[in-house]
Write a protein that binds this ligand. Structure first.
Ligand code: SIN
Ligand code: FE
Length: 307
């Protein structure tokens, strides 16, 4: 696993062919990071300056500031009494970023076009080094991504990042991909999906029958989602893995972009400030190499359908 470096020239829509786009998809699905030393989604100079001067309150309550494209809404912004013009400007910048990344990926990763759901975007204005967050929310511990409130039912979590900091790199470590990692811990240290207690199954089945399925958030999760959430927590809580797991270090320079399947590549951000990010949930049917997906790996380990 590693990093595939893509020069700016190769990101031009005029240069994109279907074969090349499939090859990029394949490299992502194998667990590589696609790295753009010069971002194809550069911000206007004055928008960049504006973002760099935004101050969040220091509470750390809001991990980031989210942009929800479906509702065209910004949440988590606490702009210390900032005026309406500043809020509107922030909103516009996040909306445009999201739209531009999507437009770029529509051609750059054409096999995925129309086969993903646009998920949240985010602006990450806080210094990552030394942030004081509860363990399961820490991003400086290695983990694979899973969203507590947004089960994907097998859809893949693909994320596109920009480092906006004028001088500092954003420093990551990544580990062995899911297909190598999961068998090291499951089923000995963490139960595979489908191994949950009989009581739990009976309760869930009864609740569904009684029409309570929607009222109980956990029920919207497939067995796949349940495992991915537990695995996220398990990795963060596993001191041996954090200390001794195989890892590689990367420094993403100012003005660069990168993208990666964060549900399969364990990652942690050790330092860096001011990043933009857009998340996509890519349909399992769109995979060009489905055998590498966490869903396929878990289904072959359990011999069961998990979504
Ligand atoms: C993460 O997905 O764990 C955070 C990565 C980052 O903010 O650089
Ligand atoms: Fe993450």
């Amino acid at each position: 696993m590693g990093m595939v470096t893509i020069p700016l020239e190769a990101t031009s829509p005029r240069r994109s062919t279907v074969d090349q786009a499939r090859a990029w998809c394949q490299q992502l699905e194998e667990g590589n990071i696609l790295f753009f030393p010069q971002t194809p989604i550069a911000l206007a100079e004055d928008d960049l300056r504006f973002l760099l001067t935004l101050e969040q309150t220091g509470s750390g309550l809001h991990k980031n500031l989210a942009y929800k494209p479906q509702r065209d809404e910004v949440s988590g912004a606490d702009m210390k009494g900032a005026d309406a013009a500043a809020s509107e400007r922030l909103h516009r910048i996040l909306r445009e970023y999201s739209q531009r990344v999507t437009e770029f990926l529509d051609s750059f990763l054409s096999p995925y076009r129309s086969r993903w759901r646009l998920d949240y975007g985010s602006f990450r204005p806080q210094e990552e080094q030394g942030r004081d967050l509860p363990l399961r929310r820490r991003n400086d511990l290695m983990h694979t991504d899973a969203f507590p409130t947004r089960p994907t039912r097998g859809a893949r979590i693909l994320r596109f990042f920009n480092n906006l900091h004028p001088t500092k790199t954003r420093d990551w470590i990544t580990g062995e991909p899911f297909r190598a990692l999961a068998p090291q811990f499951a089923p000995q240290q963490i139960a595979l999906p489908g191994e949950q207690s009989t009581l739990m199954r009976v309760t869930m089945a009864a609740a569904c029958k009684a029409g309570l399925g929607r009222a109980i958030p956990g029920l919207k999760r497939s067995p796949y989602d349940g495992f991915m959430m537990r695995f996220h927590n398990f990795l963060k809580e596993n001191a041996d893995y954090q200390a001794q797991g195989k890892r590689e270090a990367w420094s993403f320079p100012p003005g660069s972009s990168w993208m990666v399947y964060t549900d399969m590549v364990p990652h942690a951000v050790l330092a860096g400030q001011y990043a933009l990010e857009q998340t996509y949930l890519v349909a399992p049917e769109a995979m060009v190499a489905p055998e590498h997906s966490p869903l396929a790996v878990l289904q072959s380990m359990t011999g069961e359908r998990l979504v």
